[in-house]
Every structure is written in structure tokens, then in C-alpha cells.
Design a protein around this ligand. Structure first.
Ligand code: SIN
Ligand code: MN
Length: 281
């Protein structure tokens, strides 16, 4: 899939674009099946709400590690997603800086304070702050599910100071967030925040400086979304003191090959066959 000139212009104007109907219900189901499997695993790269519900599963795209997922690996390399990523990043040589699946559980899933993703990544050593995230909806998402909200055009504000907020007792890790006074001023003068809603299979691309956040899931349905963050190989991070773990700051910056656009379903079938043979032993 190629983005049109208009879509690329929209991305650069708003800091995000929403592309409905990118992945079929069968592909979404294959990703959901593997998410069910991953939720039952115990691993350091899985973070939970204080209720115990899984909140985020990091590093699903590699072939090694406890939460390696062939389906998510295939998703991360589908030309449907990778071509638009290359077009918006302006480079054919890109790698995955990290991946996570946010499983915002029915009634238990809590929110994310207003932030820029680069507010988290600023100390990771990236020369330029032009990375982006591709988000794929794995469940139908309305505002009641705790959808993302994005402030259109906010990437043009540049990097804003973030602080560590540990008031969100629900989450195991402190969040990075824009100071309340600053975000209040931005909200008073910006365009209205846009709820990022849509059907499962919708693809969203957003800039690492676009201010976004989300609320709690007040519905009886889980809000599952995959986040795949891409970087230009030329923008790989330089060495920093005490680098964060590979699950958030990947050092695998080999350029991604363009793979089959129909790779998710076969990956799911192979996974199922493996499970059957393990159970049969
Ligand atoms: C994020 O900003 O990293 C995730 C927000 C969400 O899943 O609601
Ligand atoms: Mn974010």
C-alpha cells in the first residue's frame, strides 16, 4: 500500500493519519489469538495494572525471547504498513525501535497521561526526533474503551519538557507526562483533541512528538492495540550511559526486509501447529 500525496501531507500537518480497513478480520483474529497466548506468559517485558490485568506486552516482533510472536513479526514487516512507514520517515532503510501490545482490559485498563513519545525516548541517544509509531487496532475502538486522543499539529511544538508522574498507582512504572500548566495552555490554544476511534484492522501512523493520551476503559470489552515504533537506520541511537533494556530501545538496527503482505495468517497457522505438537508430546 502506498500513501497518497494528500495522506503524506495530512501526516505532516496533523502529526498522525488514520487508515481504516488495513487488516482483515482473519488477520486481526490471528493476532488476537497470539495475544491470548502471550497474556498467559510470565516475563519481565510484560507489565500489569495494579489489579493484575496485563497492560503492555513489549518486544513481540523478534524471533527470540519469551514473548516472541511470529504473527506480530509478520505484521511488522507487511508492505501494507512498511511502505507507508518508509514514505513518512523518508527512508527505505528502517528498523524497529520497539513494539508493544497494550491490552487495555475491560473495566480494569487505566490511561496514559498527555505525553509525547519522545518525552520517554529523549535520553535513549537518538540524534533526531522524527521517529514514528504504527498502531494497529485489534478490537473495535470507541471513546468508551479508553481510545487514544491526539492533539492535531502538536508535533510542531518541538520536544516539550516531561516529568515523571508516579501518582498513577495503577501502573507498575512511573509515566512521563507534560506538566499540567503547560498542557492546559496547549489544550486552550490547540485544535480539539481527536479521539482515535475505528474498527479492528485500522492502522494509525503518528509522529513521536504528537501529544497524545488516553483514559480508562469504561466498557465491558478489552481494547487491544499493537504499537510498532520505527526509526531510520541512520537515526539509530548513539551510546548512552546506562542504556534502557532492549525491549524499549532495540539495538537490532538491521534494515527491515519487505516481506509478504499475506504473512500473518501462515505465521498463525504455523504457531497453532507448534502448539498442537507440543500438547501432543
Ligand atoms: C501510549 O501512549 O504509549 C499508549 C496509549 C494507550 O495505549 O492508550
Ligand atoms: Mn505514547
Amino acid at each position: 500500500m502506498e500513501l497518497s500525496k494528500q495522506q503524506i501531507a495530512d501526516y505532516h500537518r496533523d502529526g498522525f493519519i488514520v487508515i481504516p480497513n488495513c487488516y482483515s478480520s482473519e488477520e486481526v483474529q490471528a493476532l488476537r489469538n497470539d495475544t491470548e497466548r502471550l497474556c498467559a506468559i510470565k516475563a519481565d517485558s510484560i507489565f500489569r495494572e495494579s489489579s493484575g490485568a496485563v497492560r503492555s506486552i513489549f518486544r513481540v516482533h523478534e524471533t527470540d525471547g519469551p514473548v516472541a510472536s511470529p504473527q506480530y513479526r509478520a505484521l511488522s514487516r507487511t508492505p501494507r504498513l512498511l511502505r507507508p512507514v518508509m514514505q513518512t520517515l523518508g527512508s527505505e532503510e528502517v528498523y524497529i525501535a520497539h513494539t508493544k501490545v497494550n491490552t487495555k482490559s475491560a473495566l480494569e485498563g487505566t490511561g496514559w497521561l498527555w505525553h509525547q513519545d519522545f518525552g520517554y525516548w529523549v535520553h535513549d541517544g537518538y540524534p533526531e526526533n522524527d521517529m514514528l509509531t504504527a498502531m494497529v487496532m485489534l478490537s473495535d475502538t470507541q471513546e468508551i474503551h479508553g481510545s487514544l486522543y491526539m492533539i492535531p499539529g502538536s508535533h510542531k511544538l518541538g520536544l516539550i519538557d516531561h516529568y515523571y508522574d508516579d501518582s498513577q498507582a495503577a501502573y507498575q512504572l512511573p509515566q512521563r507526562a507534560v506538566q499540567r500548566d503547560r498542557i492546559k495552555k496547549i489544550l486552550e490554544t490547540s485544535g480539539a483533541p481527536v479521539p482515535i476511534v475505528g474498527k479492528a484492522g485500522t492502522l494509525v501512523l503518528f509522529h513521536c512528538l504528537t501529544i497524545h493520551g488516553s483514559g480508562v476503559n469504561m466498557s465491558a470489552e478489552n481494547r487491544w492495540q499493537a504499537y510498532l515504533t520505527y526509526n531510520r537506520v541512520a537515526n539509530r541511537p548513539h551510546d548512552v550511559e546506562k542504556p534502557r533494556g532492549d525491549f524499549v530501545r532495540s539495538t537490532n538496527w538491521a534494515p527491515l526486509p519487505m516481506e509478504r503482505d499475506d504473512g500473518i495468517l501462515p505465521a498463525g497457522q504455523r504457531q497453532q501447529q507448534r502448539e498442537v505438537s507440543v500438547q501432543g508430546k
